[in-house]
Ligand binder design. Structure first.
Ligand code: SAM
Length: 378
């Protein structure tokens, strides 16, 4: 019999579906993290190792077959008329390392890296240690860059196509992310400086002024900042990448709208404080569900982000909604990652009309207006 405590990876499969789980550690506890896809979006479910047996039983009955990888051996399991049969295979001896959910080791930027501007930005101490109060922010931006790094191949495509990478960071604030992105492209990816241009935009004059002093001081020659309102921002160059980290309320909608208008190739937007729908939603449709303030708030936020993602899909962007940091690090932990679909294989017109119709019906039922939807359709 298999020792479930030693399982490192499982792949459940049927003729038409697959469910893959990897072992991870979260706060010293072992889990198998299962990832499934629906409508191009990844969903994660973490199963505590001690509950894996029940989960396994339930799913082998559903999927019929499973590949089970232990530290040094491999089994196949089959469901035959509700009886579960295990076979040990000899040819797939493996040695899988546990995925640490403490992602510190995988960070693109690590404590101790010699990045003087981070000292002045208040991220690092003078000896390049993370300032305690900045730890969560550091983790968020690092994860953002890590997900950015997954797009490495896309950057080459963009370069070939436009001979430049132009990035706009909307609502850049103190610009931790903006500086890190510049550092990433120049110091880590080693792109020639003339090939990269990054501009941070924010309403606040004082922070923009400060960032504009810091960039040249540290030799970041193609990094600049502008005071401006995202709502009527006119770029001096066509941005092929648009990012926005924690753009409050409708700032994310305008960031997405601008990127769609400019047909930017890559969009990374982590929304925050989605008040718009929460302040309008007619709860009568689900009175007992939405009578709790916290549920209403979270439901409104999820609805907002789902509407945004659907619109991006309608506009031919391959879109994912990712939980980019653990909720214990920030409740503002969703990231919209959208990549322009250049393959020519886009959702067909019938699907798009259907999605938009369904969105319109939802908005009508809940008696809400949603900024991105309004901007796109009016
Ligand atoms: C929560 S802060 C996030 C700052 C930064 N991106 C970060 O994650 O540290 C949101 C920023 O958006 C800016 N902002 C809000 N409304 C804006 C608008 N209409 N146009 C441009 N910036 C805006 C604010 O001034 C603020 O700096």
């Amino acid at each position: 019999m298999i020792n479930f405590n030693d399982i490192q990876k499982i792949i459940f499969s049927s003729k038409s579906a697959k469910l893959t789980g990897h072992r991870i550690k979260i706060k010293e506890k072992d889990y198998i993290q299962f990832e499934s896809f629906y409508n191009n979006q990844a969903f994660h479910e973490n199963i505590l190792l001690e509950n894996l047996h029940d989960f396994f039983r339930e799913n082998i009955l559903k999927y019929k077959q499973a590949d089970i990888f232990l530290t040094n051996s491999h089994y196949m399991a089959f469901n035959k008329n509700s009886e579960i049969l295990f076979y040990k295979t000899k040819d797939k001896i493996i040695n899988i390392k546990t995925k640490e959910h403490n992602r510190r080791k995988n960070y693109i930027i690590t404590e101790g890296d010699n990045i003087p501007v981070f000292i002045e930005l208040g991220i690092f101490t003078k000896d390049f240690k993370i300032i305690n109060s900045m730890y969560n922010k550091f983790k968020q931006i690092n994860r953002f860059v890590e997900l950015f790094n997954d797009m490495s191949g896309k950057f080459d495509e963009i370069y070939k196509k436009y001979n430049k990478i132009n990035i706009i960071d909307f609502g850049c604030g103190k610009s931790y992310l903006t500086f890190i992105l510049y550092y990433y492209f120049i110091n880590i990816k080693k792109f020639p400086e003339d090939f990269i241009k990054i501009t941070g935009i924010d309403l606040k004059e004082k922070v923009v002024e400060n960032c504009n002093l810091l960039a040249p001081k540290y030799g970041y020659k193609n990094l600049s900042f502008e005071t401006g309102d995202i709502k009527n921002y006119k770029p001096k160059f066509m941005p092929n990448i648009v990012v926005s980290l924690h753009g409050c309320d409708t700032v994310t909608d305008y960031a997405l709208y601008n990127a769609l208008k400019w047909q930017s190739d890559i969009i990374f937007a982590a929304p925050c404080c989605e008040h718009e729908i929460n302040s309008q939603i007619n709860i009568n449709l689900m009175r007992n569900i939405l009578k709790y303030g916290i549920i209403k708030e979270r439901f409104s936020a999820l609805l907002t982000n789902s509407i945004r993602c659907n619109i991006l899909e309608i506009k031919n962007y391959k879109t994912e909604l990712i939980e980019f940091v653990d909720i214990t690090h920030s409740p503002k932990n969703l990231l919209i990652r959208a990549i322009k679909n250049n393959t020519g294989i886009n959702k067909n017109q019938v699907d798009k009309i259907k999605i938009q119709k369904e969105l319109d019906e939802t908005l009508k039922k809940f008696e809400i207006n949603q900024t991105l939807n309004n901007l796109i359709n009016n």
